[in-house]
Design a protein around this ligand. Structure first.
Ligand SMILES: [Zn+2]
Length: 633
């Protein structure tokens, strides 16, 4: 750990006190085109206004007006509805930081003034608890989500501070954070919130304001968890990670989003307090979770009923929960581990999860979202009513809004700030982690300035060209991540690259280019045979994209349950996408689905067209599967 960050109010979501790599801000990296710039544009033009519209429409912003007016009986939404307003504010804050759109600043101020008006003198703020006619404050720490809501309020304020605004929202959040430090400090309540989140927010507030007590409060919450202060419930205390202290756990378990937000906070606390033992522990927990409890898409969470991780290798495709927010939580953890350790395999996790979970959630138009991201749909889903909120896990196709609508605003804040996840710097080099058309203008750890342009058609194509626009004096390293699937099949300026990073170190002049070539040809993937749910199946991936077969691309009336891959199938690129040879099986229907010999016989050969998983269900109702049965020789 060599680089120490000094400026803490740069427009960057995560600024550790120390670490192997220094993150870059929205003022240092600009997405200039391609897959993510397009999604960022759509997020700004459609998704953020869409979320604002729905939060107004379903009354979650009005909840603050009801709290003021004393009409709390008219409050709508779940106990954590305030948090979705705050996540919208965070998305707007990053977007404002990126584009300086004054309409966003005006809207942020308008909502923040409303929140401020509701805030009590001691900093507590909630539309759900503490007023006449409501349950008292902190009367239900297990399910009340009060500290969870404060966490999102604080994260929104951090985004605001770091994008140059010390305004109402910041004032409100700091008062809330001060309240938390008094109420739950060393001489306060010895309790934790049922949903981790305030911890990761408090660390970032400490980093932004320089006030150590916020970090100390986060550390306290972290150390308190796992000692059974929350009630035992039907899912067990593992549901909210109150079963085992963070330091003693071996793997992520329970509610996936809770586990991931807590793990992100544990990395932050470990890094900022210099607790290398804790860092090693949570790194091992996350590594084991990736090795045994993660879907091919990077998605996490196998149980619908408690939105939780399953046992090791319990990864059913059709019942995959894989909540969009869990994908974002995994990106949060992986990114923090990358900054702390410099190990680029964590950037592989960011890439896989961004392309195959986070990008899957929004529709092409940006006005509907997936909450869960299963890898197999057996029945064509119904189109969601564009005029109604859906129960969270029941919608088959993307829905405009949910009764629990954590995911849309989580996607919005992540896309608005995504430029910050593209590259980092060290003392004397730039590391490019995500291959995105972009402009990077930054200062190295040793103070020298450098400006680069990245051009690529990735993930369609595998060539990444880095052009030096302004070169510093002396030698500089430019490093490009080689994704795990291209290791051994990559080259840098024509020379083969063996490892996970392609680095060139020399003196550069303006106009010099570095060319990375990755092998994005489609490939077959099989699972560890302990993932019983997909044994005997193969999936097709191309570059960072997981592909799927969708009934939309099959003969009329044929579902994906009749598709089998040929034993010698080799996926190949054609003009309209990736194709693979397969067959349509014939099947005997019977009174009982078990017998002494297979009920299927080979049928007609079939050319199977595959589409990126992130784009499925954009062409109407369909059946879909990522893992396709295959009789291998
Ligand atoms: Zn969610």
């Amino acid at each position: 750990m060599s680089v120490t960050t000094t400026a803490t109010r740069r427009p960057v979501p995560v600024i550790p006190a120390r670490g192997a790599l220094r993150p870059l801000g929205l003022d240092e990296v600009e997405l200039t085109g391609g897959f993510w710039a397009e999604r960022q544009r759509r997020n700004a033009e459609v998704s953020i206004p869409h979320c604002d519209h729905w939060e107004s429409r379903v009354g979650w912003i009005d909840n603050f007006r009801h709290a003021l007016a004393g009409t709390v009986e008219q409050r709508t939404g779940r106990e954590f509805a305030d948090s979705d307003v705050y996540k919208l504010l965070e998305a707007m804050a990053w977007e404002s930081g990126r584009t300086s759109d004054p309409r966003l600043d005006a809207r942020i101020e308008e909502i923040a003034l409303l929140v401020e008006a509701v805030q009590d003198d001691d900093g507590y703020v909630s539309t759900k608890y503490g007023r006449p006619g409501q349950e008292p404050r902190y009367s239900d720490l297990a399910w009340g989500h009060e500290l969870y809501c404060f966490g999102h309020l604080i994260q929104a304020a951090v985004a605001r501070l770091r994008t140059g605004h010390d305004d109402t929202l910041v004032r409100v959040a700091r008062r809330a954070a001060d309240h938390v430090c008094v109420e739950f400090g060393p001489s306060g309540r010895d309790d934790v919130c049922g949903h981790p989140e305030v911890e990761v927010a408090l660390v970032e507030l400490a980093r932004t304001t320089g006030e150590e007590r916020y970090l100390e409060q986060a550390r306290l919450f972290l150390e308190r968890r796992g000692r059974g202060s929350l009630p035992d419930i039907e899912f067990g205390r593992a549901y909210y990670q109150d079963d085992v202290p963070v330091r003693e756990a071996e793997v992520l378990r329970g509610h996936a989003v809770r586990a991931l937000y807590l793990t992100a906070a544990a990395v932050d606390v470990a890094v900022d307090t210099g607790d290398d033992e804790l860092l090693q522990t949570v790194r091992d927990q996350f590594a084991r979770t990736l090795a045994r409890r993660t879907y091919l898409t990077g998605g996490m969470g196998s149980h619908h009923q408690d939105e939780a991780y399953g046992d090791d290798f319990e990864l059913p495709s059709d019942r995959a929960y894989s909540e969009t927010c869990a994908g974002i939580g995994s990106v949060m953890v992986a990114w923090r581990l990358l900054l702390a350790t410099g190990d680029t395999r964590w950037a592989d996790v960011v890439e896989r999860t961004m392309y195959n979970v986070v990008a899957t959630s929004p529709s092409r138009a940006g006005d509907a979202f997936f909450y869960t991201n299963p890898l197999h749909k057996r029945e064509p889903g119904e189109e969601a009513d564009p005029d109604a909120a859906s129960p969270r896990a029941l919608s088959r196709l993307r829905a405009p809004w949910f009764e629990v609508s954590c995911c849309p605003t989580n996607v919005a804040r992540t896309l608005a700030s995504f430029a910050a996840y593209v590259a980092t710097v060290s003392d004397d080099g730039v590391q490019i982690h995500q291959h995105v058309p972009s402009r990077i203008a930054t200062t190295l750890g040793d103070g020298r300035e450098v400006e680069l342009e990245v051009e690529t058609s990735y993930p369609d194509g595998g060539d990444v060209v880095v052009r030096v626009v302004a070169a510093p004096a002396g030698e500089v390293s430019i490093s490009l991540r080689v994704p795990e699937w291209s290791v051994g099949r990559a080259s840098l300026d024509g020379e083969p690259v063996d490892g996970p990073v392609a680095t060139t170190r020399r003196r550069f002049a303006a106009g010099d280019e570095v060319r990375l070539r990755l092998d994005v040809q489609p490939r077959l993937t099989v699972a560890d045979d302990r993932v019983d749910a997909v044994r005997g199946c193969a999936a097709v991936e191309r570059g960072p994209l997981v592909l799927c077969v969708e009934s939309t691309d099959l003969p009329a009336g044929v579902g994906v349950d009749r598709v089998r891959l040929a034993a010698d199938a080799v996926p190949r690129d054609l003009d309209d996408g990736v194709h693979v040879s397969g067959e349509l099986v014939e099947r005997e229907e019977g009174p009982w689905p078990y017998r002494s010999r297979p009920a299927t016989t080979p049928g007609a050969t079939l050319d199977v067209r595959l589409v990126p998983y992130h784009d499925w269900a954009n062409r109407g109702p369909s059946t879909m599967r990522v893992w396709i049965p295959q009789d291998r020789p």
